[in-house]
Design a protein around this ligand. Structure first.
Ligand SMILES: Nc1ncnc2c1ncn2[C@@H]1O[C@H](COP(=O)(O)OP(=O)(O)OP(=O)(O)O)[C@@H](O)[C@H]1O
Ligand SMILES: O=P(O)(O)OC[C@H]1O[C@H](OP(=O)(O)OP(=O)(O)O)[C@H](O)[C@@H]1O
Ligand SMILES: [Mg+2]
Length: 285
C-alpha cells in the first residue's frame, strides 16, 4: 500500500485534499482524522503538519508527501521535489519599516524574525552576511512593532499582511514557493512502491492538465487550415476530420484555458465557425 503524507491544516490543506479528490482518491470526512485508507486505490493517507511532511518522507516511512517548496527547503530534510502542483503560490521576502533597508547587504548585524530559519540562515550564508535570526511561530509581521526584530522574512502572497503592518518589501525574492510532491532523495526505480508512485503522479498531472486546458472544436475552410492550426497546435497535434460539406474540415485541439477567448476571436476572424470549447474532466497525457 502506498503511504502518502497530506497537509492537515493551513493554506495547503484544502487545495491538496481537493486535488486528491479530483484525482479519484478518497479523502477524510472530518478535519480531525489523522489517517485514512483508500482500499480501492491501495493508498493510505497520513494527515500531518505541513512543516513535518518532508521530515517524515525523508525518514522513508512514508513514500511521498505534499508540502510547500519553502517548507521543504526550510526543513533541510533529505527529500526532493518531484512535481510542482500550482497552488499555495507565494514568495518569500524580507520586509522592514520603509527606508530602513534596501538590500541583503543592509542586514549585516541586524536582527531578523522569521518562521523559516533554515531558508534565512541559508540565504545569509550564501551572501556572506552575519546577522541574528529570531525564530517565531507566526504573525511575524508584528515582531518589528513590538521591538523583537528590525527586519522580518516571511511568506508574501497579496502583500496585505505587510501593508497592514506598515512594512515594505526590500531586496530580491528569497524564493518562490508553491505546493509540491516530495519524496526521499535516492528513492527510485528499484523500489516496490515505484509503479504506484508513478500512477499517483500521472493522476495528479492529469488534474493539472484538466485544470489548465480546454478542448476546442471548430470548422474551417481547408485553405485556412494551416493558419488555424498555427493558432491551435494542441499538445501533440490537432485532430483534423473531413466535413460532409466539401472544402471544410473539423479541427479538435487542446488549448490553454486562459487563452481560449482570444483564440476563438482569432479563429472567427480567420473564417472558422461553430467554435466550441468544453471542459476536460480528467486526462492522461
Ligand atoms: N497567504 C498565503 N498564500 C499562499 N500560500 C501561503 C500563504 N500562507 C502560507 N502559504 C504557504 O503555505 C505553506 C505553509 O503552510 P502552514 O500550514 O505552515 O502555514 P499557513 O498556511 O500559514 O497556516 P497557519 O499559519 O494557519 O498554520 C507554505 O508553503 C507557504 O508558502
Ligand atoms: O501576503 P498576504 O496575502 O497577506 O499573505 C501572507 C501572509 O499569510 C500567511 O499568514 P497566516 O495568515 O497564515 O498567519 P501566520 O503568519 O500566523 O502564519 C503568511 O505567514 C503571511 O503572513
Ligand atoms: Mg501561516
Amino acid at each position: 500500500m502506498l503511504r502518502i503524507a497530506v497537509p492537515n491544516k493551513g493554506s495547503l490543506s484544502g487545495p491538496a485534499a481537493d486535488m486528491l479528490h479530483e484525482a479519484g482518491y478518497q479523502q477524510r470526512r472530518e478535519s480531525k482524522e489523522l489517517r485514512i485508507v483508500d482500499p480501492n486505490n491501495e493508498v493510505e493517507f497520513f494527515y500531518l503538519r505541513p512543516r513535518d511532511i518532508a521530515i517524515y518522507v525523508s525518514s522513508g516511512k512514508l513514500d511521498i508527501g505534499i508540502t510547500g517548496r519553502d517548507l521543504l527547503v526550510d526543513s533541510g530534510a533529505d527529500a526532493e521535489e518531484i512535481l510542482p502542483l500550482g497552488f499555495a503560490r507565494s514568495t518569500f521576502r524580507f520586509a522592514a519599516k520603509p527606508g530602513t533597508a534596501n538590500g541583503v547587504a543592509d542586514l549585516k548585524g541586524r536582527t531578523i524574525a522569521t518562521s523559516y530559519e533554515g531558508i534565512v540562515a541559508g540565504h545569509l550564508a550564501d551572501h556572506g552576511i552575519d546577522a541574528s535570526v529570531v525564530h517565531l511561530d507566526g504573525a511575524v509581521e508584528t515582531a518589528i512593532e513590538l521591538g523583537v526584530a528590525e527586519v522580518i522574512a516571511d511568506v508574501v502572497e497579496t502583500g496585505t499582511s505587510l501593508r497592514n503592518a506598515g512594512l515594505e518589501i526590500f531586496g530580491e525574492p528569497i524564493m518562490k514557493s508553491e505546493a509540491v510532491v516530495v519524496r526521499r532523495v535516492g528513492a527510485g526505480p528499484t523500489e516496490d512502491a515505484e509503479p504506484k508512485v508513478q500512477q499517483f503522479l500521472r493522476r495528479l498531472q492529469g488534474v493539472l492538465v484538466a485544470r489548465t486546458y480546454v478542448m476546442m472544436d471548430y470548422d474551417c475552410r481547408a485553405e485556412h487550415l494551416e493558419r488555424a492550426v498555427a493558432l491551435t497546435p494542441g499538445l501533440e497535434s490537432p485532430t483534423i476530420s473531413p466535413l460532409h460539406n466539401e472544402g471544410w474540415v473539423a479541427v479538435r485541439a487542446m488549448v490553454p484555458s486562459k487563452e481560449a477567448q482570444r483564440i476563438m476571436d482569432d479563429l472567427y476572424a480567420l473564417g472558422a465557425r461553430a467554435i466550441l470549447t468544453t471542459a476536460i474532466h480528467a486526462c492522461r497525457l
